[in-house]
Design a protein around this ligand. Structure first.
Ligand code: MG
Length: 254
């Protein structure tokens, strides 16, 4: 009896599907299995950029020399004056996870307190700042796209606490020298949505936001060393002269 009832149910479903214009169920492409890390470990298909041991995946932007930030207890800390660093590898659209911690020694205010930043594509800064009871212009506080979008809320933790960014970045697309699709960003800070699929106006550190097929990545200080910026680009972490630490940095290419 039970089998008959099940058969009738399936038959009814098929009839409903037929009446609604066809079977929209897909057999492929079958999603690839991905191992999901426990206790904050990266997923199995992640590219790990810093796991606590060394900064071998990173170089100084200005001269390509090995990154010279401080590493202790599995944590990398900006060595003020040590230079902004970038990944050796270049990436297109990515899902990025990183954890950061401004020093708990409060000195300075506004942009002078716990300032660093992560530059997607070497061009677009998601600001890192100690934004706990530290007013500054809103499109320059933690979780902002620098000088373009304030965060939706202030999700800052107290200085000295670890914080996280989970970022979905869609890279810009060019056809030759022509921009055909801009960059897009979604950002979660400490699990809270702070940027919801925003359309980036262009580089965040140039006098005006701009997309250029030949551009100068952040950190070269206006030296005029332009390069092809129509393809994949490195990820950059800013030395803004202040003590900010990092750990557990990984990405997945999309
Ligand atoms: Mg910054």
């Amino acid at each position: 009896m039970k089998k008959i009832l099940i058969a009738i149910a399936i038959l009814s479903a098929v009839v409903v599907l037929a009446q609604s214009g066809g079977d929209r169920r897909q057999a492929e492409p079958e999603p690839v299995p991905v191992g999901t890390g426990e206790n904050g470990a990266p997923p199995s298909d992640a590219i790990v950029l810093f796991a606590g041991g060394d900064l071998d995946n990173w170089v100084r932007v200005t001269d390509g020399e090995p990154a010279r930030w401080e590493i202790a207890d599995g944590v990398a800390t900006v060595r003020p004056g040590g230079g902004t660093i970038r990944t050796r590898e270049s990436f297109g659209s990515i899902q990025l996870h990183l954890e950061w911690r401004p020093t708990n020694v409060i000195s300075g205010s506004g942009q002078g307190r716990g300032n660093s930043g992560v530059f997607l594509h070497s061009l677009f800064e998601v600001q890192i700042l100690d934004s706990w009871e530290n007013p500054t212009y809103v499109n320059g506080q933690a979780g902002s796209v620098y000088l373009q979008y304030p965060p939706l809320v202030n999700a800052a933790r107290e200085p000295g606490q670890w914080q996280s960014y989970d970022i979905i970045f869609t890279a810009p697309e060019f056809n030759g020298d022509e921009l055909v699709s801009p960059a897009w960003l979604t950002v979660f800070q400490n699990g809270v949505l702070v940027q919801n699929h925003v359309r980036l106006d262009g580089a965040t550190f140039t006098p005006e936001p701009v997309y250029e097929a030949r551009c100068e990545p952040y950190g070269l200080d206006g030296s005029g060393r332009r390069q092809d910026c129509t393809g994949k680009m490195p990820l950059t972490l800013q030395d803004h002269g202040q003590l900010v630490s990092f750990r557990n940095i990984w990405l997945r290419e999309l």
